[in-house]
Unconditional design. Structure first.
Length: 132
C-alpha cells in the first residue's frame, strides 16, 4: 500500500529533479522525528497531545547524531510542531550547524496544495538548496 505522505513528497521531488522515485530514496532520508507513532488517534490525531520530555530529548539527540553523520544540504520537517521542538532542543543542547533546516505543513493536511507553507514552500526549498 502506498503511504500518501511519502508519495506526495516523492512526487514533488521527482518533478523538481527529474529523478524516478527509487532514485529519490537514494537522495533523501524520511523518518518520524519522534521515533514513535502518536498514541492520541482519531480525528484529533496529533503528537503534540502526548509528547513527553523524554520524547523531545531522544528525538533531538537522534537527529543531531544523524545530521553530524550524514551532513545533508537541507532538512525539511513535514510538521511545524516537530520543527519547533527540534529548534528548542538545538538551543538547549548548544547544537550548531550550517545545515538549512525548515518546515512545511504535513502533506496529509487538506491545505498541502493550498498553503504557502505546503507544497509550494517544499518545492521552493528543494529548488533553492537541493538541486544544484
Amino acid at each position: 500500500k502506498e503511504y500518501k505522505t511519502f508519495s506526495k513528497l516523492c512526487k514533488s521531488m521527482n518533478e523538481i529533479s527529474g529523478l524516478q522515485c527509487n532514485s529519490v530514496y537514494e537522495e533523501a532520508i524520511f523518518y518520524n522525528y519522534f521515533l514513535r507513532p502518536a498514541t492520541v488517534l482519531g480525528a484529533n490525531r496529533s503528537f503534540e497531545k502526548d509528547c513527553t520530555q523524554l520524547d523531545r530529548e531522544v528525538a533531538g539527540a537522534a537527529l543531531c547524531g544523524i545530521l553530524k553523520r550524514e551532513k545533508p544540504d537541507i532538512v525539511i520537517f513535514a510538521s511545524k510542531y516537530a520543527f519547533n521542538e527540534f529548534e528548542k532542543f538545538k538551543l538547549s543542547a548548544g547544537f550548531e550547524t550550517d545545515i538549512i533546516i525548515d518546515f512545511v505543513i504535513h502533506p496529509a493536511s487538506p491545505n498541502w496544495s493550498k498553503s504557502e507553507d505546503g507544497k509550494q514552500k517544499f518545492e521552493h526549498l528543494l529548488k533553492q538548496y537541493w538541486i544544484k
